[in-house]
Write a protein that binds this ligand. Structure first.
Ligand code: SF4
Length: 228
């Protein structure tokens, strides 16, 4: 199995692209521009950014869709089922206000979360892979690394009720997963699309693909949720 880190970087976005978008769309908060690009291209994580956290954060529940760019089976052991549901990024090159972004794993993304002395930090590695940060204050707050420092990152807290299970032993994330930094409990009773066959599902939707992956990975995932 190929390590996600061995996959060539996606060259879809460079620092120059982000700066151009910031100039052209001044009426749009830059946080929204960056967020849509992070959702479009996904994220990579270096192993240390996850390991150093002690996994004391809410991991991605994969409760209906994956949104990932690669199957779980192709993700490294340090990444699979260990990445956070979302990241919250602030500061950095564009002095970002605190912004929460859903995690979509993509080993080829130019966006990477790395470990730093101040905790996880988000970087953009463009084609040249050079350091571009002109924000001295931002640079002081993170280790000097290739790429542009886009901000320090927090991982979401584990909701209190996640520490319990149902009477039948089911984990809360299987029945009532929480997203959006604890704001929204996502309840879906039926987690399959029954309208099409395997080759006919909408190309942008991975609801059935997620179901098959979770089963292949040995997770207690069911198409119809049941407390029993
Ligand atoms: S109809 Fe398409 S978008 Fe809707 S659940 Fe089925 S595959 Fe997904």
């Amino acid at each position: 199995m190929a390590s996600p880190r061995s996959v060539p970087h996606n060259s879809g976005t460079t620092l120059a692209d982000l700066q151009d978008l910031e100039r052209r769309y001044r009426r749009i908060p830059f946080e929204a521009i960056l967020k849509q690009d992070l959702l479009r291209l996904g994220l990579r994580f270096d192993d240390q950014s996850i390991a150093r956290s002690g996994l004391d954060f809410k991991q991605k529940d994969y409760f209906i869709f994956t949104f990932d760019h690669v199957p779980l089976a192709d993700q490294g052991d340090q990444i699979r089922f260990r990445v956070p549901e979302e990241i919250r990024v602030r500061g950095g090159e564009f002095d970002l206000k605190s912004t929460i972004v859903s995690v979509r794993v993509n080993p080829a993304s130019p966006y990477i979360v790395r470990a730093s002395e101040q905790g996880p930090a988000l970087y953009l590695e463009d084609v040249a892979g050079q350091s571009h940060s002109g924000n001295a204050d931002a640079a002081e707050r993170a280790e000097i690394s290739p790429g542009t420092f886009l901000g320090l990152v927090d991982f979401p807290p584990v909701p209190g009720y996640y520490r319990h299970t149902t009477q039948s032993g089911k984990a809360p994330g299987e029945i009532a997963p929480v997203i959006e930094w604890g704001y929204l409990i996502y309840l879906t009773v039926f987690r399959n699309c029954q309208y099409f066959g395997k080759e006919e599902e909408c190309a942008f939707c991975d609801i059935n693909h997620n179901y098959r992956q979770q089963k292949q990975q040995g997770r207690p995932y069911t198409g119809v949720k049941s407390l029993a």
